[in-house]
Ligand binder design. Structure first.
Ligand code: WT7
Length: 661
């Protein structure tokens, strides 16, 4: 990025105060900001008391070996005890922990007492397989209760898990098993997606064949597909069915307390270059911040709320806001196995209605998909139970934000746009639903106890109204502790760009009130005629046009302007994307869209080219792969497409653009 700050283009004037009723009874009020500002460490020491410690910590933060942090270092606790047993001991054993909804329509409800028995049995089973504290266990599963049970069983034994998203290939799985040196893998025969069973075990067979240290594979029977037909093989000496091993175990297990800094899990992030980074999270600080933020940001009332996070457990969102945060808080939550459009595009809203979901946490990409399917679909369901709506994963365009509020939240439910990362472990920036006057498209401000700001190239804090880089200026309890096996890479990646500050890799700007707006990864910022322009802002402008459902913007090398803005757009419903082509019939629309952006953001942000497409290339976590679109816009051969949900999307896009650049 050049020395010039990001152009501050988008002006968003809409404001939404918290609903009075919610504000009156909110878990967290404005006082939390004052308290944390006066004594940040004291604030976190206070939050740590939400957990049950076997030995309460007397120290809060040890930063003497920065950037290697220790939080609550002399405290000892067991995470599974905190997420399960203590609720049963408190007399809440009959409360539903998980409402499981399988994609084919099968359901299960597990109370906290059920969960305790299942976690104990699984912990005993893993012990029988030789798993000891400190051993790594890989988990490669569909979204079923056993996945949460397996994670908690590992946590109970102090065996760090490495969950690998079930959509990843055998190759990706093998790399992750090897890097963490996991010797036990927990998987399932398969899971249901888009109306049919998809196999998982064959990928495990392939991955395990490539690494030589896996001793056992524990397999849940979910789909019942014949393994050989799916291309897998059963190895008697290595493989064991969950129902054979776990079901015969005792449902009693005494949890052992571990040091607050004992590793809890490793989760790999792909990043744009190099091998995946194993992000390491530990016990006490992680659970403290996961529990606090879930309580504060969703205003969780565990007695009455029904919470649902639609993320996959394979992502950090699933770790912190399906497994650990909600269960530490004794919440009742929905776990859904499948896709939002199976068997019909109203499936999510049907689930909200069925369980009376009150708190919903999802991603902008899903919201935009629902927008594209049409307003009439959610309108068929009773969504009146919803009272707080969360968003995570990428900047949410103001247009999608308004749609979410109006069509899902009845025009009243506050939206909490939560900014965080795999590395931060838990939410960092977000409005508070009972406090903040929200602005469509902005994560707004650091949560109580979090220190973040926006700086320029020279690490100076930018004034209100200016843009730059988002940095975290103080350590936080759920921060990553290192990259597994590579301390130097941890320092280089996060702590070297700005002295003493954590660089998140995101561009951001402050508005005139000092509120923070995320502008996407800095790799995605374009340099056009000496101006830094955010891909996010141009995308938001395009999506605000009634004919555009989704947009992805990239900067393509340009001899005159350094980079030229190229936009790929999916048109809304009526315009048939399959047949739409960049020809005379669209020329009018393309001009209309260019003029629309120029009017909203200024002529400098006007896309040089706009290309209607049927689909956009996305990773399995829903992030647009701009790198591939840049390849197309610059007429290059495509780079690695293995993390795409659907690799054929790129062929579709390329086939449509014979005249690219
Ligand atoms: C990156 C982290 C956090 C769990 C899911 C993603 C982007 C995330 C927001 C938001 C703008 C966001 C950032 C961040 N991001 N949430 N609310 N507004 N951008 O975890 O895969 O580690 O990705 O996602 O670019 O750095 P992740």
């Amino acid at each position: 990025m050049s020395n010039e700050s990001l152009a501050n283009l988008l002006k968003e004037e809409r404001r939404f105060p918290p609903p009075a009723e919610l504000a009156t009874h909110a878990n967290v009020t404005a006082a939390a900001y004052e308290q944390a500002a006066a004594d940040r460490l004291g604030f976190w020491a206070e939050q740590a008391k939400r957990l049950s410690w076997e030995t309460a910590p007397t120290q809060t933060l040890d930063w003497s070996d920065a950037p290697f942090a220790k939080w609550f270092a002399d405290g000892r606790l067991n995470v599974a005890y905190n997420c399960v047993d203590r609720h049963v001991e408190a007399g809440l054993g009959d409360r539903i922990a998980l409402y499981f909804e399988g994609e084919p329509g099968d359901t299960r409800a597990l109370t906290y007492a059920d969960l305790q028995r299942e976690v104990c049995k699984a912990a005993n089973a893993l012990t029988e397989l030789g798993v000891r504290a400190g051993d790594r266990v890989a988990i490669y599963m569909p979204m079923i209760p056993e996945t949460v049970i397996a994670m908690l069983a590992c946590a109970r034994l102090g065996a760090p898990h490495s969950v690998v998203f079930g959509g990843f290939s055998a190759d990706a799985l093998a790399t992750r098993i090897e890097d963490a040196d996991a010797q036990v893998v927990i998987t399932a025969d398969g899971g249901y997606r888009r109306g049919k069973p998809g196999a998982l075990k064959p990928a495990v067979d392939e991955a395990v064949a490539r690494v030589d240290r896996v001793r056992h594979v524990l397999v849940v029977r979910r789909t019942g597909q014949p393994l050989e037909e799916a291309g897998g093989t059963w190895h008697d000496s290595r493989d064991v069915w969950w129902h054979d091993l776990v079901d015969r175990q005792s449902d009693q297990h005494t949890p052992e307390a571990f040091d607050a800094e004992h590793p809890l899990f490793i989760l790999y992030t792909s990043g744009t270059t190099g091998k995946p980074k194993g992000i390491l999270h530990t016990t006490g600080g992680y659970l403290t911040q996961a529990a606090y933020t879930h309580h504060a940001v969703f205003d969780l009332k565990p007695e009455t709320d029904v919470y649902w996070c639609t993320a996959d457990v394979g992502w950090v969102t699933g770790h912190s806001y399906i497994t650990y945060g909600p269960l530490a808080n004794g919440a009742t939550e929905v776990l859904y196995e499948g896709t939002p459009d199976t068997p019909h595009q109203g499936r999510w809203w049907e689930i909200v209605q069925k369980y009376g979901v009150t708190l919903l946490y999802t991603a902008p990409t899903a919201i935009r998909a629902c927008m594209k399917w049409g307003d009439d679909i959610p309108a068929k369901f009773d969504l009146s139970s919803l009272r707080v709506l969360g968003s995570v994963g990428e900047p949410i365009n103001p247009e999608a934000w308004m749609w979410y509020r109006n069509h899902i939240g009845a025009g009243t439910a506050p939206i909490v746009d939560t900014w965080w990362q795999t590395e931060t472990g838990a939410m960092m920036l977000s409005p508070l639903p009972g406090v903040t006057e929200t602005k469509p498209g902005s994560a707004q401000l650091p949560l109580p106890g979090i220190a973040a700001t926006v700086v320029d190239d020279d690490a100076r804090e930018v004034p209100d109204g200016a843009g730059g880089y988002l940095v975290l200026t103080e350590p936080w309890p759920s921060m990553l502790r290192t990259i597994w096996g590579d301390d130097q890479r941890y320092i280089d990646t996060y702590w070297s760009r700005f002295e003493g500050k954590y660089f998140a890799g995101d561009g951001a700007k402050k508005d005139d009130d000092g509120d923070i707006w995320l502008l996407g990864r800095v790799d995605d910022v374009m340099l056009v005629s000496g101006h830094n322009i955010s891909t996010t802002e141009v995308e938001s402008s395009l999506v605000s046009h009634p004919k555009v459902a989704e947009a992805a913007v990239v900067g393509a090398t340009d001899p005159q302007t350094t980079q030229a803005i190229c936009a790929f757009v999916i048109l809304r419903g009526g315009a048939d994307a399959e047949t739409s082509d960049v020809d005379a019939s669209d020329a009018g629309l393309v001009e209309e869209l260019r003029a629309h952006v120029a009017k909203q953001l200024g002529p400098i942000a006007k896309p040089k080219r706009i290309m209607p497409v049927a689909e956009l290339p996305k990773t399995r976590s829903g992030k647009i792969m701009r790198r591939l679109l840049r390849d197309v816009a610059e007429n290059r051969d495509l780079g690695d497409v293995t993390t795409l949900t659907d690799a054929s999307v790129m062929e579709l896009i390329q086939a449509k653009l014979p005249t690219a650049a």
